[in-house]
Design a protein around this ligand. Structure first.
Ligand code: GLN
Length: 305
């Protein structure tokens, strides 16, 4: 596969979609990003990486961090499936920050990729490591091979200043006994993990273990193959919020998106992709990013379907 040629063609296809949609502004610090950005990168399973456009510009990973926190919790649980007592693995069909299902379902979030579920996962990671956001940052630095990765303090602060809804989700779950740590610590670590800045290059390389059936960049094992399979399955069914059905229909790959405009997608056994363009559709997914991934699987025939 001539990845570079495919990426150039994908970028040309996506160009008319760049700037469409709306840059997230409910976290005010995210709104300073130019809507005209577009970048895409692919890391193959050998670690060779290709990219075009703004593929080396760092941006806020936001909810893409939820895939990594789940991976770290599963990796640290040594086969014990406890986390699935506290969070489900079904698509929610509701927006990523919705409160409504939680009351009906006794404080057990539908899946780990909506905010409520991610708060539970971060809570577990906090118990396991003592410092959830730093352990994630260190993992991402190592796995991406980029020691410069850092938190964006302005984004983390802005999110905390406007974090009433996430605080409400966390308090509500605490009232059902579904948090192990105090609400302020859980939401603080969640805000910090969302604020990590990475480029498409960094994210494609760091997500390589999902394409390598659980093997890290250095060849050591992070996850059992069946655990990597499960994360990819939950990404497919829940990774793009209440648009996961539409995403499977158009793209057909496990993926995790974030309101920073990034989407990480996995072709198991072949490569990990990351695309970024900040204009979001009404469900919080990058408009040009979805168009690009749609065209990528059309060109390559690599939809898992
Ligand atoms: N930090 C964001 C929030 O909690 C993440 C949301 C997202 O990327 N969908 O609202």
């Amino acid at each position: 596969m001539d990845y570079q040629a495919v990426l150039e063609e994908v970028a040309a296809y996506a160009r008319p979609f760049v700037g469409r949609g709306h840059v997230a502004d409910y976290i005010p610090a995210l709104a300073r990003v130019s809507p005209d950005r577009f970048g895409i990168a692919v890391a193959d399973i050998n670690g060779d990486v290709y990219g075009t456009g703004d593929w080396e510009i760092p941006y806020s990973v936001q909810s893409i961090s939820k895939a990594f926190s789940l991976a770290l919790v599963m990796a640290g649980s040594h086969g014990d499936d406890d986390i699935w007592q506290r969070v489900g693995r079904e698509p929610s069909g509701t927006p990523f920050n919705s409160l409504v299902q939680l009351e009906w379902e006794n404080g057990i979030p539908r899946n780990p990729f909506i905010n409520a579920g991610a708060l539970v996962v971060t809570d577990r990671l906090l118990t396991m490591t003592g410092d959830a956001s730093t352990s994630m940052l260190e993992f991402l630095q190592t796995e991406s091979g980029n020691p410069e990765l850092a938190f964006d303090q302005a984004v983390a602060g802005s999110e905390a200043d406007h974090g009433d809804r996430n605080a409400a989700l966390a308090h509500f779950m605490a009232s059902f006994g579904n948090l192990e740590n105090p609400v302020p610590s859980v939401i603080e670590h969640y805000f910090w993990q969302c604020s990590i800045e990475m480029s498409c290059r960094d994210l494609a390389v760091a997500g390589g273990f999902l394409a390598r059936h659980g093997l890290r960049a250095d060849g050591s094992r992070l996850l059992e193959a069946r655990e990597a399979k499960r994360i990819n399955a939950v990404m497919l069914t829940c990774g793009t919020y209440d648009a996961a059905g539409e995403f499977a229909y158009r793209v057909g790959l496990p993926a995790k998106s974030g309101v920073g405009g990034g989407i990480v997608a996995v072709v198991p056994g072949r490569c990990t992709l990351c695309v970024w363009s900040p204009g979001l559709d009404a469900r919080g997914n990058s408009v040009a990013g979805m168009a690009a991934l749609d065209h990528f699987t059309t060109l390559t025939g690599w939809s898992i379907f």
